[in-house]
Write a protein that binds this ligand. Structure first.
Ligand SMILES: Nc1nc2c(c(=O)[nH]1)N[C@H]1C(S)=C(S)[C@@H](COP(=O)(O)O)O[C@H]1N2
Ligand SMILES: [Mo]
Length: 436
């Protein structure tokens, strides 16, 4: 066994194995993983692989950027996972209906942390890319595995940030896969690789950020891997502060010029945001137009009726009948998964009243809300308890006191509290109520 202190600290160490058969397997794996790999012939050591091909990079910079990125990615992952769970709720998952702006906040944070990560990741990759050309490429199987993990992490992170930006820019052409599925699964891969990377690099980061003893640092400097740490790194690489400052300023600028898409007071300076919360018919942005959804004719047909089916049989309501029912007004945001959001004043019929009309209990009813739209990913959604019984959940007929604009879902759309925009179905033609 190689003693811990003989090992460069950015190489992983396998923990000591216990006695017994499991221990024997572990010892075998350890032995295997630590076998030296053949060193490639020296004549292959060309170009960037040459000794001193790159200027100095400080481990302190890499660690500081890593810490910032770790926090940003962590927050981004948790808020993204939440958004996924709300849209595809497993049995154990529960999401409240109050505060009505909670999803607006979590998804705003998801997109903002993702965007802020772009310059941070750029700076971090700049600070480590010379290591891509380490010679020999890997000394042991274990080191090769660790480097493979870092490659997966970099690829995953780049994929997540790029696909996220493509999605909010609505640039679907370069994505031959369904964005939501790809973005979700690669998130798990990236976070898994990130956890491995963090656990392997933690001792290096601790040393570089100066939370360990001088003695330990000196030992690090003596290690066969030329890592620079602490104050020495600052001297050896005076550009560190500039890189860090530059990345910080870029992240700040990106944030300030995009969060206005959801933080209303900053909407005027949201020059980089794909959406402004105030621009659109009736003062609200539109994601899918009636033309785009192919519902222009069916939605403006004077013979329109809303069909409600449930335990007590189907009911058909034309616009006059819907308008004759008790009307309620709520102020609720549309909070798009793309990170923009805007509040609207909606007036219409409570979903619970329609559920009761077909003989179901709103406290237990699940309602399938179907659009007049044929096909497309967001042509329908399901309202589950407690939202079904919530007095804020409306089949809205009006926005700002005016009849709904065709692009906002005329003649009737769903609007419910604390719910992603994709589930706020427009141009509703049918409600199917069933009690669980
Ligand atoms: N039928 C239907 N409803 C839909 C969509 C859609 O594509 N089809 N898009 C959804 C999305 S992604 C959002 S963000 C909101 C936007 O509502 P708005 O256009 O009124 O702002 O509508 C939702 N309702
Ligand atoms: Mo959306």
């Amino acid at each position: 066994m190689v003693r811990r202190s003989d090992r460069p600290l950015n190489e992983p160490a396998l923990p000591a194995a216990p006695a017994g058969p499991a221990g024997r397997v572990r010892r075998l794996v350890t032995w295997l993983m630590e076998q030296p790999l053949p060193v490639p012939p020296e004549r292959l050591r060309r170009g960037p692989f040459r000794e001193g091909a790159f200027g100095p990079r400080s481990t302190r910079l890499t660690s500081q950027l890593g810490l910032l990125l770790g926090v940003a990615f962590g927050v981004c992952f948790v808020t993204g996972l939440l958004s996924h769970l709300i849209q595809h709720p497993p049995g154990w998952f529960w999401w409240p209906s109050r505060p009505v702006w909670l999803y607006r906040a979590t998804q705003g944070v998801h997109v903002a942390t993702g965007l802020a990560s772009i310059p941070l990741l750029g700076a971090k990759l700049w600070s480590v890319y010379p290591r891509l050309f380490t010679w020999p490429p890997a000394r042991t199987l274990l080191q090769a595995a660790e480097r493979g993990g870092v490659a997966a992490l970099v690829a995953g992170a780049l994929f997540q940030l790029t696909s996220g930006v493509f999605n909010i820019a609505r640039w679907y052409t370069p994505m031959p896969f369904f964005f939501t599925t790809g973005h979700y699964w690669v998130a798990w891969l990236t976070v898994g690789a990130l956890l491995v990377h963090v656990s392997v690099q933690l001792p290096v980061v601790r040393d570089a950020l100066g939370t360990r003893s001088e003695k330990r640092r000196t030992r690090l400097l003596d290690s066969p891997h030329p890592v620079r740490v602490g104050a020495e790194a600052g001297e050896a690489d005076p550009g560190r502060r500039h890189v860090l400052l530059g990345a910080g300023i870029a992240a700040g600028l990106i944030t300030v010029t995009t969060v206005g898409q959801t933080v209303r007071p900053l909407s005027r300076i949201a020059v980089l945001a794909p959406r402004r919360p105030t621009i659109g018919p009736q003062g609200l942005p539109v994601n899918k137009t009636a033309l785009g959804a192919g519902v222009r004719e069916s939605a403006s047909d004077p013979a329109y009726t809303l069909t409600v089916t449930g335990p007590a049989g189907p009911v058909r309501l034309d616009l006059a009948a819907l308008n004759a029912l008790p009307q309620y007004t709520v102020v609720l945001p549309i909070a798009c998964v793309e990170g923009w959001s805007a509040s609207g004043t909606w007036t219409g019929v409570r979903l619970r009243d329609l559920v009761e009309m077909v003989g179901a209990d709103p406290g237990r009813a699940h309602v399938l809300v179907e659009s007049l739209q044929a096909g497309g990913h967001y042509g329908s959604s399901t309202v589950e308890p407690p939202l079904t019984a919530d007095s804020f959940t409306l089949i809205a007929l009006r926005l700002r006191g005016e009849v709904l604009h065709l692009d906002h879902g005329y003649p009737a759309r769903l609007i419910a509290p604390n719910r992603p925009g994709v589930l706020q179905t427009k141009w509703v033609g049918r409600l199917t109520v069933r009690e669980a």
